[in-house]
Write a protein of this length. Structure first.
Length: 353
């Protein structure tokens, strides 16, 4: 039986006529506190009514527990809708009112437009990082290699392209005249948790060595804009904080701006205290420490909601130009895809008009 979804929530069912499982529960990742997520067994089925959370779509798995106590996270076999992610596929519910962006053609986070040329570049690192910064430079079709264009750099570039369709977004925006044609530098971190956790070595390498080297090779109009999501957003903000003036703008989606008071659930992260310390320095700034325009966005269902609210308030108090928008999703690639327009569009249009 397929999930029944309406404005108020969803009825989930799992067939188990022989009752092979001792327990079944719903697994998802949203802001706490969670309700009881246990399914109830009756007449060969496990059933669960989910009151609609503060999202328009929900990525989830079913957790099954056997008689021996072993558990597994599996897709909802009654629901054919799935979405790809770095941790594998998840089932997905779309509540009434959810609409994919007009420029997206594929449910799984991609888009039909795959135009453009790509060149792999290894950008040099500064002292302390020990590894070069790999970047895939994307240039839209019909643009000469020596043409001067605006440049958007994107943390987690491979995933932001594969799962959040950022180059397809760029193609659509330029095709419709919403934005001028622009290049995208898809930055990929060989050691994401180390590089994107407010690492001084990464910030120094990016701002003082890699970006200048890239601008020497690529004709660029003005300073680049840097975008990132989650830890990638933190790394973007920290890089500009440590080296003001490197970027013309920052696009920060669901930034992992961890604070001890909000983010105890993240305390197991190996660099939790370093992140909290860097965030505290930025929150305490009393003067406008950058001229870059900053656009922040966050999902209403995210654990990062409170720390993002605190960050935008702190930036504004310090006199930094910062805008904020919310989207009705959790901490997901599709949520970040869906928020690109208008949040990123507005920022880029302001900088590149």
């Amino acid at each position: 039986m397929a999930a029944h979804v309406d404005e108020t929530g969803a009825l989930l069912t799992v067939d188990d006529p022989q009752k092979q499982w001792e327990a079944v529960s719903l697994w998802y990742h949203l802001r706490r506190p969670y309700p009881d997520r246990s399914f109830q067994y009756s007449d060969g089925q496990w059933r669960y009514w989910l009151d609609r959370p503060p999202v328009d779509r929900l990525e989830y798995l079913i957790e099954t527990t056997g008689a021996d106590g072993s558990s597994a996270l599996v897709l909802d076999e009654s629901n054919p809708a799935t979405v790809a992610g770095v941790f594998g596929e998840h089932s997905v519910l779309e509540f009434p009112g959810y609409h994919r962006p007009w420029w997206v053609a594929d449910l799984h986070g991609g888009a039909s437009a795959t135009h453009g040329t790509r060149v792999e570049i290894g950008l040099p690192h500064a002292h302390g990082l020990r590894r070069d910064l790999p970047v895939e430079l994307w240039t839209p079709d019909g643009v000469d290699s020596d043409a001067t264009l605006p440049l958007l750099l994107v943390h987690d570039g491979t995933e932001m392209d594969r799962l959040a369709a950022v180059t397809s977004y760029a193609t659509a925006m330029a095709r419709t005249g919403r934005l001028p044609a622009f290049r995208i530098g898809l930055l990929s971190p060989p050691d994401r948790d180390a590089w994107y956790s407010a690492s001084p070595a990464y910030a120094r390498s990016l701002a003082t060595t890699a970006v200048p080297a890239l601008l020497d090779q690529v004709p660029t109009l003005g300073r680049p804009v840097l975008a990132g999501a989650s830890l990638g957003a933190l790394a973007a903000l920290h890089a500009e904080w440590a080296h003001p003036g490197t970027f013309a703008g920052l696009y920060l989606a669901s930034g992992s701006f961890f604070q001890v008071r909000f983010d105890e659930q993240e305390s197991g992260h190996a660099r939790f205290l370093r992140i909290c310390s860097a965030v505290e320095w930025i929150l305490d700034a009393a003067t406008p420490w950058t001229a870059a325009k900053v656009a922040l966005t966050c999902g209403r269902g995210e654990e990062n909601w409170e720390n993002n609210q605190a960050m935008v308030a702190a930036l504004r108090r310090a006199g930094v130009t910062a805008t904020f928008s919310a989207f009705a999703d959790g901490h997901t690639w599709v949520g970040w895809r869906d928020s690109l327009d208008p949040a990123l569009t507005d920022l880029l249009a302001t900088l590149w008009r």
